[in-house]
Design a protein around this ligand. Structure first.
Ligand SMILES: [Zn+2]
Length: 117
């Protein structure tokens, strides 16, 4: 998944939330991104600015929070934080660990103008 796909996904979420809450304009969007994505934040912000034109999110600022990647050990069942792929378990040294988070891209919060302002 690249920056543009993330943008498209985020805008869908923002659009639906704005529609449900009768939001006229979105000022700022707080986004949580899984650390697995290795997203270029500058590219993402630029792409978002382009894609948000003529939507409620036009001109909205993106606030990006990168979440830690968590991996699960198949050997001892331990869960640990790691920002690299295929890291052996730090507890038992098992070579196979699987990511349990780090792929998400979600809207945490939005700062908006309510209707009628
Ligand atoms: Zn282990």
């Amino acid at each position: 998944m690249d920056e543009h796909e993330i943008t498209t996904g985020l805008l869908e979420i923002i659009d639906q939330a704005a529609y449900k809450n009768s939001v006229r304009k979105v000022r700022k969007v707080h986004v949580a991104l899984g650390g697995c994505r290795h997203v270029d934040q500058a590219v993402l912000k630029e792409d978002f600015a382009h894609a948000a034109r003529n939507t409620v999110a036009e001109g909205a600022e993106l606030d990006i929070q990168v979440l830690p990647v968590r991996r699960h050990c198949q050997g001892c069942g331990d869960t640990f934080e790691a920002d690299v792929h295929d890291l052996p378990c730090p507890k038992c040294g098992h070579p196979h660990t699987e990511p349990v988070s780090g792929e998400e891209a979600r809207v945490v919060d939005m700062e908006v103008d309510p209707v009628g302002v």
